[in-house]
Design a protein around this ligand. Structure first.
Ligand code: FAD
Length: 250
């Protein structure tokens, strides 16, 4: 639960595909990042995710979301379960009212897929299309309000997981560059890649020696084996309009 008067560099509203992806990038850029999520990513309704690159035989989308959340945690981001109810401008940033308290932030990324009612006190351009409302952004993810960004399906990106993940990353990088123009890239490079060419390692990059590369790879193999040791039990979420007696049995 967000504690009153807590201030963050970045609050990300929505811990689905776009929001978690964005958080990995802002947290790795050493911005104090909080993801506030309430409810389940819509990808948890998918039966088996077969078009997300890197998983040749597909992946359980509920596992993928858990892995993305763990990646936020490993990189120093925080996550809280709360519903964001309203956001107001406050000083140079924002005051965020949630079901569990108030938090303030210098920057906000909205990534809630739909229903941006919590943005109504801000001068954001919204576009209605059927039952959906989208947030208007520029090519890089900025809304008309300084410090407020939107990512994923909420920003009218294609309704695909990899697109939302990629867009979350892109919008986060825009935010990082707006906050810190000196930041270059979030890259891990082999030792000597920059320095053997008499270049300083740019801000955001890291050079690692062979031993550290091997250690990280071994750890990654072990971690992935744990995730994939056996199939997950949790079935896909049902569409909210279906009743228990409708016979949906995935
Ligand atoms: C049945 C089904 C099958 C699909 N199959 C595929 C597929 O095979 N391949 C593919 O690429 N894509 C598939 N998709 C699409 C994919 O799931 C979406 O495009 C993707 O999840 C969108 O990501 P997002 O981050 O924009 O939204 P989401 O992942 O839905 O994340 C939004 C998050 O915000 C939270 N939230 C909402 N309001 C608030 C609030 N006020 N406060 C706090 N949190 C809030 C939500 O609970 C959710 O966790 C499928 C979708 C469905 C429904």
């Amino acid at each position: 639960m967000p504690e009153a008067s807590q201030h963050r560099d970045v609050v990300i509203v929505g811990g689905g595909v776009a929001g978690l992806s964005a958080a990995i990038f802002t947290a790795r850029a050493e911005l104090d990042t909080l993801v506030i999520n309430h409810g389940a990513s819509i990808v948890k309704r998918n039966a088996h995710l077969e078009n997300y690159p890197g998983f040749p035989a597909g992946v359980n989308p509920r596992l993928l979301i858990d892995m993305m959340a763990d990646q936020v945690d490993r990189n120093g981001g925080d996550r809280r379960d709360a519903k964001v109810e309203a956001i107001e401008a406050e000083g140079d940033g924002f005051r965020i009212e949630t079901s569990e308290g108030t938090v303030s932030a210098g920057n906000v990324i909205a990534a809630t897929k739909s229903s941006p009612a919590y943005l109504e006190d801000l001068d954001v351009d919204l576009r209605d299309s059927g039952s959906k409302t989208y947030v208007a952004i520029d090519d890089d993810g900025r809304t008309a309000v300084d410090g407020l960004y939107a990512a994923g399906r909420l920003a009218e990106e294609y309704h695909q997981t990899i697109v939302s993940a990629g867009h979350g990353a892109k919008v986060a990088i825009t935010l990082v560059e707006d906050v810190d123009p000196a930041f270059y890239h979030d890259w891990v490079a082999p030792e000597g890649y920059f320095t053997l060419r008499d270049r300083e390692v740019p801000k955001g990059c890291e050079e690692i020696p062979k031993e550290e590369r091997n250690r990280r790879e071994h750890e990654s193999v072990q971690v992935m084996q744990e995730y994939f040791a056996k199939p997950r039990d949790a079935p896909p979420d049902k569409h909210p309009s279906l009743e228990d007696e409708d016979g949906f049995d995935p």
